[in-house]
Design a protein around this ligand. Structure first.
Ligand SMILES: [Zn+2]
Ligand SMILES: [Zn+2]
Length: 640
C-alpha cells in the first residue's frame, strides 16, 4: 500500500498498517496525527487515505488534537477524585482546553492543584488511547448506567445515522468524536488555570456547571514561555502604556476616536514622514479629498450597497450624505477630471487624511479597533501591462517598512472568488502578474484560493511582533471594478480609449492600529527615530539651567525632539524618571560639562556613554535617526 505524504514523498506500507507505522517509517516523532483532506485521523487508525499530511504541535490542528486529549486527561483525573462528577463537553481552544463538569459540590481554584497532580499521574501512566464504534442503544445504556446525564443528552441529540464513538484510556471511557493523541504520555506539560461557571448548551434554565480551564504543551519550556508571553502581553498592553507614556487618550463622548497628545502625535508624524520618504521618490503625489459626500457617490462606488452598515450617514437640507470610510471613490473622481493619456500612467495618488468607519461599540478595542483612523492609503491607476511594475514597487515598500521595525512578514496571495466581476482574461493576467512578482522576487507565500475580493485578486501581509503574535497589516489589492463604475478611461498609445486597472494599497494600514501594534511590539521603548522625546536634558542645578536651555535650542535646531527636566529633584531621581518614560537618551549637564561644552550621556537601559561634545552628540543622533537605527536597547530579536 502506497501513501503520499505531503513534503516527504511516497511511502510503501504493508497491508493492515496504521498511521503510527507511517510516522515511524519517516522518523517523524513529532507527528501527533495525520490530516487526509479535511479529516484529522489518529495515529492508531488503519491507513486508508492515499495522501496525508503530518500534523505536529506547530500546526493548529495538531495542537487541537493535543489539547483536546489533555481535556480527556482532565476528565479522567476528575472522575478519580470525584467519582460522582458528571461530564459535559471538553473541547480544545486557541490557547488550551476546558471541560464543563457538574461537581457533587462546587470546587474552587484551590482545588485545581490536586486535580493537576492527578492529571500528571494519568500522563505518567502513559495510557494508550483507543477508539470504539458503538450502537446508539449501547451508548445510551452505558452512559445512563455510568451516571452521565449530559452525555446521554448529547447522544440523544445526535442524528439517527451518526456513527457514535467512545474513547478509552486506562479505566476511563468518554463519549467523543475524536481525534486524539495515541497515548496520554505525550502531554509532557500541563497546567490548570482557572474555573468559571458555565451552562450546559448555554441553557441558563439548567444546572450551573463548572468550566475548568487549562493548557498543555509538549515540553515544560514551551509551557513556561506561554505564561511568560501572557504576562508580557499584559505588561505591553497599549491601552495601559499609551496613557502612561502620555501618547493618547479616549473619552466616552467620542467612542472609537483617539485624542493624540503631543507625544503621540510626534510618533504619528514620524510614521507618516517615513511613509512619505519612501513613497514620494516613487512618484506618489499627495492629495486631500473631501470626507463627506452625497449618497450618489456611494451608489456609484458600490459602498451604498455593500458597506452602508459600516458608514456614518447623515442628512443636511433634506439631502443624504455619508462620511468616507475609504479614499478610493474620491481618488477616482480626481482621475476622471481630465482626459488621461497612457503617458501619465501609472498615476500614483496618496492620502493620509481621516477615515471614519461605524464599528459596533462593543467591538472597539483601544487603538486596535477604532472608528476614526488615518491610513497610508494610495491608489494607482495603471494599464494592465503595468501590474507587475506597480505590485513589485508595493512589495518593496512593505519590505522597507517592516524591516525598519524588525517585524518579519508573511505573504498571502488571494485568488479569484466564485462570485466575481470582470473578464476572465483580466483575472488570468492579474493573478499571473501578482504571483509572478512573488516568484521573481523568490518570496515564499501562502495561496488562499478563492479569498480574493470580488473586484480583484490581492496580497495580504501578516507581520509577527516581538511576542510572536501575528497581525494582518499591509494589503495590496488589484481592482477592475471601480474604474468601470466610475467610467474611467485613458487614451492609449494606439489612440483608443481604454479602462485603467486600479491598485489600492495601505502598507502600515490604519496608523491608529499600527501605533497600537508598535507600542506593544516595542513595549513603549521606541527606537530613537520614532521616540516622541529623543533626548531629555538634566541640568544638575539651577546654575546650569541657562546653559541647558542653550543646548536644547541647538538640539531642536538639529531636528531632534528634546525635553528639559529642570525640576529641583536629585539627578538620580530624574534619571529614573526618564528611564520610566523610556526616553532613549539622557544628557546631564553639570559645571564641568558647561565649562567643557560637553554632555554626560546615558543611553536608555543604563549604558553610560560618558562625556561627549555637544556637536558630536548631535551628529551621532542625526546619523542614527536617518538610518532608522532600532536602538537603544531593542530586544525584539531576543524575545522572539
Ligand atoms: Zn475527545
Ligand atoms: Zn482604496
Amino acid at each position: 500500500m502506497r501513501v503520499d505524504v505531503v513534503g516527504a514523498g511516497a511511502v510503501e506500507l504493508p497491508e493492515g498498517a496504521v498511521y503510527a507505522d507511517l510516522v515511524a517509517r519517516l522518523g517523524a516523532e513529532q507527528a501527533l496525527a495525520v490530516a487526509a483532506g479535511d479529516q484529522v485521523l489518529e495515529l492508531f487508525r488503519p491507513v486508508t487515505a492515499a495522501s496525508v499530511r503530518l500534523l505536529r504541535f506547530t500546526d493548529a490542528k495538531g495542537r487541537q488534537v493535543f489539547r483536546h486529549t489533555a481535556a480527556h486527561v482532565l476528565a479522567q483525573a476528575v472522575k478519580r477524585l470525584y467519582p460522582k462528577a458528571q461530564l459535559a463537553i471538553g473541547p480544545a481552544t486557541d490557547e488550551g482546553f476546558f471541560y464543563d463538569i457538574l461537581f457533587p459540590e462546587p470546587i474552587s481554584s484551590a482545588d485545581l492543584a490536586a486535580i493537576e497532580a492527578e492529571m500528571a499521574r494519568v500522563v505518567a501512566e502513559d495510557h494508550p488511547v483507543s477508539r470504539q464504534e458503538i450502537s446508539r442503544q449501547d451508548a445510551l445504556a452505558w452512559f445512563t448506567q455510568a451516571g452521565e446525564p449530559f452525555k446521554v443528552a448529547l447522544i440523544e441529540a445526535l442524528r439517527d445515522d451518526a456513527v457514535i464513538t467512545t474513547y478509552r484510556q486506562g479505566e476511563f471511557t468518554d463519549l467523543c468524536r475524536g481525534p486524539h493523541l495515541a497515548r496520554t504520555g505525550l502531554i509532557k506539560a500541563l497546567r490548570l488555570t482557572n474555573v468559571a461557571g458555565a451552562y450546559f448548551q448555554g441553557n441558563d434554565q439548567g444546572p450551573m456547571l463548572q468550566r475548568v480551564y487549562g493548557t498543555a504543551f509538549p515540553s515544560d519550556d514551551e509551557l513556561e514561555r506561554h505564561f511568560f508571553l501572557i504576562e508580557e502581553a499584559k505588561r505591553r498592553d497599549h491601552r495601559r502604556l499609551g496613557p502612561e507614556l502620555d501618547l493618547f487618550s479616549f473619552h466616552d463622548v467620542a467612542p472609537g476616536f483617539a485624542f493624540w497628545h503631543p507625544k503621540g502625535l510626534a510618533l504619528y508624524e514620524a510614521l507618516v514622514g517615513f511613509s512619505r520618504s519612501l513613497q514620494q521618490p516613487l512618484g506618489y503625489q499627495e492629495v486631500s479629498t473631501p470626507w463627506i459626500y452625497k449618497t450618489e457617490l456611494w451608489q456609484t462606488s458600490g459602498h451604498a450597497a455593500h458597506f452602508k452598515d459600516n458608514m456614518f450617514l447623515m442628512e443636511a437640507e433634506g439631502e443624504a450624505f455619508g462620511v468616507k470610510p475609504m479614499n478610493c471613490p474620491g481618488h477616482c473622481l480626481l482621475f476622471s477630471e481630465t482626459t488621461r493619456s497612457y503617458r501619465e500612467l501609472p498615476l500614483r495618488i496618496a492620502e493620509y487624511g481621516p477615515l471614519t468607519r461605524r464599528e459596533r461599540s462593543g467591538t472597539l478595542h483601544g487603538l486596535l479597533r477604532v472608528r476614526g483612523m488615518h491610513q497610508d492609503d494610495t491608489h494607482t491607476f495603471l494599464a494592465p501591462e503595468q501590474i507587475e511594475e506597480v505590485v513589485a514597487e508595493a512589495l518593496g515598500l512593505v519590505d522597507a517598512i517592516y524591516e525598519a521595525f524588525a517585524m518579519p512578514i508573511e505573504i498571502h496571495f488571494s485568488t479569484r472568488p466564485a462570485d466575481r466581476m470582470g473578464e476572465e482574461a483580466l483575472w488570468d493576467r492579474a493573478e499571473a502578474a501578482l504571483e509572478g512578482v512573488l516568484k521573481e522576487a523568490g518570496r515564499p507565500y501562502v495561496t488562499d484560493p478563492g479569498e480574493g475580493a470580488f473586484y480583484g485578486p490581492k496580497l495580504d501581509f501578516v507581520a509577527t511582533d516581538a511576542l510572536g503574535r501575528r497581525w494582518q497589516v499591509a494589503t495590496v489589492q488589484l481592482d477592475f471594478q471601480l474604474p468601470i463604475r466610475f467610467d474611467l478611461h485613458y487614451i492609449d498609445r494606439d489612440g483608443r480609449q481604454k479602462t485603467p486597472v486600479m491598485v489600492h494599497h495601505a502598507i502600515m494600514g490604519s496608523l491608529e492600529r499600527f501605533i497600537g501594534v508598535l507600542v506593544e511590539h516595542f513595549a513603549g521603548a521606541f527606537p530613537l527615530w520614532l521616540a516622541p522625546v529623543q533626548v531629555r536634558l538634566l541640568p544638575i542645578s539651577e546654575a546650569e539651567h541657562e546653559s541647558a536651555q542653550g543646548v536644547r535650542a541647538t538640539l531642536q535646531a538639529a531636528g531632534l525632539r528634546v525635553e528639559l527636566d529642570g525640576r529641583n529633584e536629585k539627578v538620580g531621581y530624574r534619571i529614573r524618571h526618564a528611564e520610566k518614560d523610556k526616553v532613549p537618551y539622557v544628557a546631564v549637564i553639570g559645571q564641568r560639562e558647561v565649562e567643557a561644552g560637553t554632555l554626560a550621556v546615558r543611553e536608555r537601559g543604563g549604558r553610560d556613554l560618558g562625556a561627549m561634545p555637544v556637536k558630536d552628540f548631535v551628529s551621532e543622533l542625526q546619523h542614527k535617526v536617518a538610518s532608522r537605527w532600532l536602538g537603544p536597547g531593542h530586544h525584539a530579536e531576543e524575545s522572539r
